[in-house]
Design a protein around this ligand. Structure first.
Ligand code: NAI
Length: 251
């Protein structure tokens, strides 16, 4: 699970899962470029290069990726984590929301990776890890647009893995369940009874608790590290059993 000497870019690395990935990659020996709309919360460390960029802006993403590669002398790992939420059925999200969420959650993955490929091609341990979701494989109510975007991330992971396997570049994704991050805190704050909603989300996980950002980050570091050298085109569930287990209802 070591990433000594490797350089990573983490999109959305300023909060939640992305920030945990940054910390875990640092602990594994990597240096990290944090690409975020607001990178101010990135860890303050000489091995971190924060860059402000919107993954929906191709020119900004390319400039940011180049800046990280320049600062650290190359690039080996891309963690495509930046994503935004959408709540609603197909009748509740308008075309503008569809365009923005797909632009960030799906095209953002393609854009960032495309900007990074010329550096990854020079790496001896190139790897890409995308952050999908349990929503890619399980129908969740009032998550139509979000689920479509994460299903696309899963499909894109497989297609990219097929395109890049011949060049030795591995592409995988993680599929988290409900993770205790500022994102979920915002969702809870908007609920009529945040405490009850939190208990409901925890009870939905067979483990009975939310996933931690650190648990997702550990899976991301594994997939990004040379230890996963034979792993490509996979989706690793980090979901407390949510996707795969059928549990009796709790009392
Ligand atoms: P978060 O909201 O705590 O952090 C997201 C980060 O991405 C923020 O720092 C934000 O500034 C950045 N970001 C958002 N849009 C951006 C853009 N256009 N360009 C650059 N940066 C941008 O969210 P969290 O929970 O850490 O989620 C991270 C990823 O994990 C997302 O892709 C999300 O879909 C996925 N995920 C989250 C789950 C959860 O329960 N929290 C479950 C499954 C997947």
């Amino acid at each position: 699970m070591r990433c000594d000497g490797l350089v990573a870019v983490v999109t959305g690395g300023g909060s939640g899962i992305g920030r945990a990935c940054t910390e875990a990659l640092l602990a594994a020996g990597a240096r990290v470029g944090v690409l975020d709309l607001d990178p101010s919360a990135a860890p303050r460390d000489p091995r971190v290069h924060p860059v402000r960029a919107d993954v929906a802006d191709r020119a900004a993403v390319t400039t940011a990726v180049d800046a990280v590669a320049e600062a650290f002398g190359g690039l080996d790992i891309v963690v495509n984590n930046a994503g935004i939420s959408a709540v609603g059925t197909i009748e509740e999200n308008d075309d503008e929301q569809w365009a923005r969420v797909l632009d960030v959650n799906v095209t953002g993955v393609a854009r960032t990776t495309a900007a990074a490929l010329r550096y990854l091609r020079r790496s001896s341990h190139p790897a890409i890890v995308n952050v999908s979701s349990v929503a890619a494989g399980a129908g969740l109510p009032r998550r139509a647009l979000y689920s479509a975007s994460k299903g696309a991330v899963h499909a894109l992971t497989l297609a990219m893995a097929a395109d890049l396997v011949g060049e030795g570049i591995r592409v995988n994704c993680v599929a988290p369940g409900t993770v205790d991050t500022p994102w979920v805190a915002r969702l809870l704050a908007a609920a009529p009874d945040p405490q009850a909603e939190r208990r409901r989300l925890a009870a939905r996980q067979p483990t009975g608790r939310l996933v931690t950002a650190g648990e997702v980050a550990a899976a991301v570091v594994y997939l990004a590290s040379p230890a996963a050298g034979a792993v490509t085109g996979t989706a690793l569930a980090v979901d407390g059993g949510l996707a795969g287990l059928r549990m009796p209802a709790r009392d």
